[in-house]
Design a protein around this ligand. Structure first.
Ligand SMILES: [Fe+2]
Ligand SMILES: [Fe+2]
Length: 193
């Protein structure tokens, strides 16, 4: 595949991510407000600050590539944000709603990890080292945010005192064995670094 086509694909992915991150800057404060657990609220607020930085990093990426700073409506993120909002509306404040927020949040993080991984792989192919670094920094923060949400979920389970170790993974839709964290990390696509 020629370099021009790869670059067009990369710009498409960056425009999609730029819109996705901007949607999250709007959505995260609402989710943080809806959280009952202080830890969940703090995790969401911390990630809001990181997400604002993700937007700024993508602006650097646009500049580095020499493309206009312009998003393209990310329908995938629109759907995830909408679903997250529904979960908040359907449930009363408390651990169940917190877990629904975690579930929605982890879907978002995995979407981002996958999208950043693909964009980074394209940038690697194009030899755009500065872009690779910028995308990698954000991808690492998305992974950390996912892991933090897993920890929050474990504490919510513990505080409810109703779930056995074996049920946890099932409850969080994880295929990982044993009582390990129900992060879906093992599913994350990891193009070569
Ligand atoms: Fe992000
Ligand atoms: Fe994120």
């Amino acid at each position: 595949m020629n370099q021009e086509t790869l670059k067009e694909l990369l710009v498409d992915q960056i425009r999609d991510l730029y819109d996705a991150e901007k949607q999250l800057v709007k959505a995260l404060p609402k989710l943080a407000k809806a959280a009952d657990s202080e830890e969940l609220g703090n995790a969401l607020r911390t990630h809001l600050a990181e997400t604002q930085n993700h937007v700024a990093r993508l602006e650097k990426v646009f500049k580095s590539i020499g493309a206009p700073v312009k998003g393209k409506p990310c329908k995938g993120m629109q759907g995830l944000v909408e679903e997250g909002g529904e979960a908040v509306q359907e449930k009363e404040e408390g651990p169940a709603r917190d877990l629904a927020i975690v579930a929605g949040g982890q879907k978002v993080e995995h979407y981002e990890m996958s999208a950043y991984g693909t964009a980074r792989a394209l940038a690697e192919q194009l030899g755009l080292n500065e872009v690779v670094e910028l995308l990698q920094e954000t991808e690492d923060e998305e992974e950390n945010a996912d892991a933090t949400l897993t920890q929050v979920a474990m504490k919510l389970f513990d505080s409810s005192g109703e779930t056995e170790e074996g049920e946890r993974a099932v409850a969080m839709g994880s295929s990982s064995s044993g009582g390990s964290a129900p992060s879906n990390r093992s599913h994350a696509r990891k193009p070569a670094r």
